[in-house]
Ligand binder design. Structure first.
Ligand SMILES: Cc1cc2nc3c(=O)[nH]c(=O)nc-3n(C[C@H](O)[C@H](O)[C@H](O)COP(=O)(O)OP(=O)(O)OC[C@H]3O[C@@H](n4cnc5c(N)ncnc54)[C@H](O)[C@@H]3O)c2cc1C
Length: 487
């Protein structure tokens, strides 16, 4: 049961996209939550742009996708262009998802949309409140913070550090980010352009001077990211952006007004642990990677989505504490995979070796039109290919499940769904009995899928069988038994 002496169930540190999404998900599930943020308001920078199909599906299940679709510029193609020659053109339109495009939404808009939704759900961010320490106690955590210069104290059942790459929560746990830093410095610029490049395609432009990537924010606005030999001044000037485009971009693109520019260095690092007792880290607090591939924010949002239903079940005494260990067990392999993909992309795009450049420029046109290559590329980037195979609470590949019955924000919460073949073949009576046995966490739904499928509260398949016989229902029962406590 919830402990009323504890002020809040989940204290979230940091109102970036990950903290805001986690707060929304807590609110949707009726979890008591508090979100503290050291800034006095949201950041105005457009940092992360790309929202991938699986993240849109997650937003859909969470009931927040509609305004994102209204704001997004939809991208359905990726071109690789070098020396003004198109090496490859790949369609990015995965047919298995209703979101068969990349939604380009500047991060400040993403944060504002999540904040607006949070407010409609009756919550808000506690700005000007900087997390200082977290002291685990028996059954809760004591947290201290600096609230506009005054010391504040909170108690929470769980703390989640969504406080970015320099996470104080992570430091407090004594967890280091393992990995390394890339040698190159990067420049980023959001510019007004002419319309020579299609607004539904992004361009990756490798060259001997270093890689350059062009992301369409809208018909006349582009994000330029490129390596830079020597940063000049505090931020890249329009002149520098024009020079870099002239040297490395497809012909004809012109840079008009400069909206935002910045230099940055990039790392490929992840924390070896994402949980210590009642304290967790998520998002950039737990992993940072190259912006080539645009996976950072998406991966952090998936962390929050993976964690929140587990916290909910444990808070309601419907699951054992060991369920919380599966957060790290499931997310770390995914995070390492994302770091590997973005690292490969960064190295292939930016190799300084002339021979490797020649090979790359010959190899890409050959393989890029092959269906298996395109499929693998889209599966990786879209994050639709993520599965939790090998997790202690999954039997089988643990791939995603998505259909109309779980969309819209009211159709999947913190319960498992037992989908049974409505055309017959499954013992409905036995399935009903199983659901009664696990009534606090399991819901029976007829479906057109063959046999039976056990869908987790985050839309991943925990178990499936193409028949609904006694052995399949027994497997479902023992899988649930492992993680669920009967109350
Ligand atoms: C230039 C650039 C381009 C990028 N492009 C992409 C892209 O296209 N796609 C993509 O997916 N990702 C991209 N990223 C990465 C993306 O911006 C991050 O992955 C994302 O911001 C991570 O979100 P977060 O909520 O984990 O952390 P953050 O956005 O860093 O938010 C952390 C929050 O915690 C607050 N905070 C910190 N310390 C404390 C404290 N002690 N107490 C209270 N609050 C605290 C901070 O003020 C901040 O608001 C890009 C990043 C950069 C820099």
């Amino acid at each position: 049961m919830l402990d009323s002496a504890v002020q809040t169930d989940v204290l979230i540190v940091g109102a970036g996209p990950v903290g805001l999404f986690l707060a929304n998900e807590c609110a949707r599930r009726g979890i008591r939550w508090k979100l503290i943020e050291e800034r006095s308001s949201q950041s105005i920078h457009s940092k992360a742009l790309a929202i991938f199909p699986r993240t849109l599906e997650i937003f859909d299940m969470a009931g927040v996708v509609v305004p994102f679709l209204e704001k997004a510029n939809r991208v359905t193609g990726v071109a690789v262009i070098t020396h003004r020659r198109t090496l490859a053109h790949m369609r990015f339109a995965p047919v298995e998802s209703p979101y068969s495009f990349i939604a380009m939404v500047p991060q400040n808009i993403t944060e504002n949309l999540l904040l607006e939704k949070l407010r409609t759900r009756g919550g808000d961010v506690e700005y000007g409140t900087k997390f200082l320490t977290a002291e685990p106690q028996d059954g809760y955590v004591n947290v201290t913070a600096d609230r506009n210069g005054e010391r504040a104290g909170f108690t929470a059942s769980f703390v989640v550090g969504c406080d970015g790459a320099h996470s104080s929560v992570r430091h407090g746990l004594g967890l280091a980010l393992e990995g390394g830093e890339y040698h190159d410095s990067f420049m980023l610029a959001d510019i007004e352009t002419n319309e020579v490049l299609p607004s539904d395609e992004m361009q990756l432009c490798p060259s001997e001077l270093g890689p350059l990537a062009i992301f369409p924010i809208s018909a006349k606005r582009r994000r330029i990211v490129a390596t830079i030999e020597q940063p000049q001044g505090d931020a890249p000037s329009l002149e520098l952006v024009r020079k870099t485009l002239a040297e490395r971009a497809p012909g004809g693109i012109e840079a008009g007004a400069l909206h935002w520019s910045s230099y940055f260095r990039i790392h490929h690092r992840n924390a070896a642990q994402m949980r210590r007792g009642r304290i967790f880290i998520a998002g950039d607090a737990a992993h940072i990677h190259s912006p080539f591939g645009g996976q950072g924010m998406n991966t952090g949002l998936h962390d929050a989505w993976n964690l929140v239903w587990k916290l909910d079940l444990v808070l309601r005494s419907h699951a054992n504490d060991s369920l919380l260990d599966t957060y790290e067990a499931e997310r770390l392999p995914v995070i390492k995979g994302v770091i590997h993909t973005t690292d490969t992309l960064t190295k292939v795009m930016g190799t300084p070796n002339k021979f490797a450049q020649v090979l790359r420029d010959a190899f890409i046109p050959m393989v890029s039109h092959l269906a298996p290559f395109q499929h693998a590329f889209v599966q990786r980037l879209s994050e639709l290919g993520i599965g939790y195979r090998g997790s202690p609470i999954v039997e089988g590949p643990g791939t995603r499940y998505f259909d109309d019955s779980i969309r819209g924000g009211n159709h999947i919460g913190s319960r498992f769904l037992l989908l049974i073949d409505e055309t017959g073949g499954t013992s409905t009576e036995a399935a009903k009995q199983l659901c009664e046995h696990f009534q606090s966490v399991l819901e029976l739904r007829p479906s057109t899928c063959r046999g039976i499928t056990l869908v987790r509260p985050d839309g991943y398949i925990a178990y499936s069988a193409d028949h609904g016989g006694a052995s399949a229902l027994e497997s479902v029962g023992s899988l649930l038994e492992k993680q669920v406590s009967q109350s």
